[in-house]
Write a protein of this length. Structure first.
Length: 491
């Protein structure tokens, strides 16, 4: 592939984030020159690959970590409203691509699968009922159902109700409009549109090694072809570091003040994946439970129907593990390389103030296959070991940030770090991730290309692509858009 001397935008990494940003930019101003640089030989091979994430369309319909309870037992739903709005924003953009004929078959990446929360024990059941009551009053969640009856749960997720005894206290809720996502397939299709419609290509097998400021242009992006060892430097007006787990190591090399104090802690993951089609076909649900006390939000166990490459699958997890790599295809030196004079206080602060997390990780790493099967048996009492196998999930790098009081804090969400003028932005963190990619990339767009988002033409185009853009989401707007998008995406 022949490189230009200068680009308007270089995106590092060919995952869902770079794909979304590059496509938004090209749709708003097709004559901008955009290059995507990827160290592997295909797109969507790290966190965005279908088997590397759980494929949940995170919209807070079932994930209990978005609805904490206050001291008086009131369930707070503000975070849930925010996540739900962001996922609907993503769905609106994807439905725009389908309506424009740019994505042919929505079933290739999105499938309706009801979302459930399921808990055991009286206190948890009471919490779930309070959450149900709070949800019932809000238009985003008012289709929620709740039950403490085993019979009802047998209709919702029969496989999980085999061999249950009368004395088990359980409760569950359900929202029908949940989704199962194949983010890998979606990402590949976004890159396909970029190449076919906008002549925007991915430079494969090429690792970005450094990004330096320059007087004449904004940034010099230094890269190496990993097959030939050839080095190259390309100019860019804007850079987006969407390198997933690899973002932190690159950010640390960029000379901007905003990067100071950031560190990262890698957490690897594993799933139990079902091999028995008879079992797989008996479950049609995503069922999220509660994380253990003191366990991090990403440890919430769930049993999920998946649709990957046209095949129904069943996945349970995640189980956390430890690997010093920042990417699944990364280096064992990644963690060591990320520790420097600037972030030692934040890293130490996080370690010292999060000892339960360390304990959780140590326990998870020590789990045998049978221990994992026992965790699954909390969901499926009669799960047989021969029906399940372990699969390695994607690698997460939890962001560590400077904190005035504790030295450092551990962030579980995504974090944008930008230079003041917005010409370079880096995305750190992984959750809720791909589901909210459109909202996050609209934020990057506003910072990096304000002229595209504030012009009359740009505003008009954006509200066509994403009707929620810059609007107050009222019940009327929400209901109308939900109905429209449901039809276009064939949900
Ligand atoms: C276990 C797990 C479960 C998850 N579950 C969900 C879920 O259910 N729902 C959801 O919405 N999200 C989920 N996520 C999060 C979601 O997968 C991520 O937020 C999303 O895929 C991140 O996309 P990305 O484009 O930022 O990164 P990635 O998809 O990781 O892409 C980054 C790319 O950058 C490349 N790269 C790295 N360094 C360099 C370099 N120096 N030069 C060139 N290329 C480079 C990598 O090879 C990679 O291809 C999950 C994540 C994990 C790990």
């Amino acid at each position: 592939m022949e490189l230009r001397k200068e680009y308007d935008l270089i995106c590092v990494g060919a995952g869902i984030m770079s794909a979304t940003l590059a496509l938004l930019v090209k749709q708003l101003k097709p004559d901008l020159n955009v290059l995507i640089v990827e160290r592997l030989d295909k797109v969507a091979q790290e966190s965005s690959a279908a088997w590397n994430n759980a494929g949940t369309g995170h919209s807070a319909l079932c994930e209990l970590n978005y609805t904490p309870e206050d001291e008086d037992g009131h369930v707070k739903i503000k975070k849930a409203i925010n996540i739900c709005t962001q996922f609907e924003t993503s769905k609106q953009y994807w439905s725009f691509l389908v309506a424009e004929g740019l994505i042919k078959d929505p079933k290739s990446f999105i499938t309706p699968v009801p979302h459930h929360s399921w808990v055991k024990g009286k206190d948890n059941a009471d919490y779930l009922e309070n959450r149900f009551k709070a949800f019932k009053e809000h238009f985003m969640f008012n289709t929620i159902e709740f039950t403490r009856e085993v019979e009802k749960m047998q209709q919702w997720f029969p496989l999980m109700m085999h061999n249950r005894t009368e004395d088990e206290v359980m409760a569950a809720s359900r929202i029908d409009r949940g989704t199962e996502m194949n983010y890998g397939s979606l990402t590949a299709q976004l890159f396909d549109i970029l190449e076919k419609q906008y002549d925007t290509k991915v430079l494969f097998n090429t690792e970005v090694e450094d990004i330096d400021p320059d007087h004449d242009v904004e940034w010099l992006v230094k890269m190496e072809n990993l097959n030939t060892g050839a080095k190259n430097t390309v100019d860019a007006e804007h850079v987006f570091i969407g390198a997933g787990g690899g973002s932190l190591l690159l950010l640390q090399k960029v000379e901007i003040d905003e990067k100071d104090g950031y560190g990262g802690f890698p957490v690897s993951g594993e799933w139990l994946v079902c091999k028995n089609p008879d079992i797989i076909n008996q479950h049609n649900a995503k069922v999220y439970s509660k994380a253990g006390i003191g366990d991090p939000p990403m440890s919430v166990p769930h049993l999920d129907t998946r649709f990957i490459n046209g095949k129904r699958e069943l996945l349970f997890g995640p189980f956390a593990g430890f690997s010093p790599k920042f990417l699944k295809e990364g280096s064992y030196l990644d963690l060591l390389k990320s520790i420097n004079f600037d972030n030692i206080p934040s890293m130490w602060g996080v370690f010292w103030h999060n000892l339960p997390l360390t304990k959780y990780l140590v326990e998870q790493v020590a789990m045998s296959f049978e221990d994992r099967m026992d965790s699954l048996r909390v969901f499926l009492k009669d799960a047989k070991s021969e029906d399940w196998e372990i699969m390695v999930a994607g690698q997460r790098v939890q962001t560590i940030k400077k904190d005035e009081f504790e030295g450092g804090s551990l962030e579980f969400g995504t974090q944008l770090v930008s230079s003041k003028d917005g010409r370079i932005t880096c995305l750190l963190g992984a959750s809720p991730g791909a589901s909210t990619s459109v909202k996050i990339m609209l934020d990057v767009l506003e910072k990096a290309f304000p002229e595209l988002t504030t012009s009359e033409k740009g505003k008009e185009q954006l509200s066509k692509m994403v009707p929620f853009y810059k609007k107050e989401v009222t019940k009327e707007l929400f209901d109308a858009q939900l109905e429209r998008v449901t039809q276009v995406l064939e949900l």
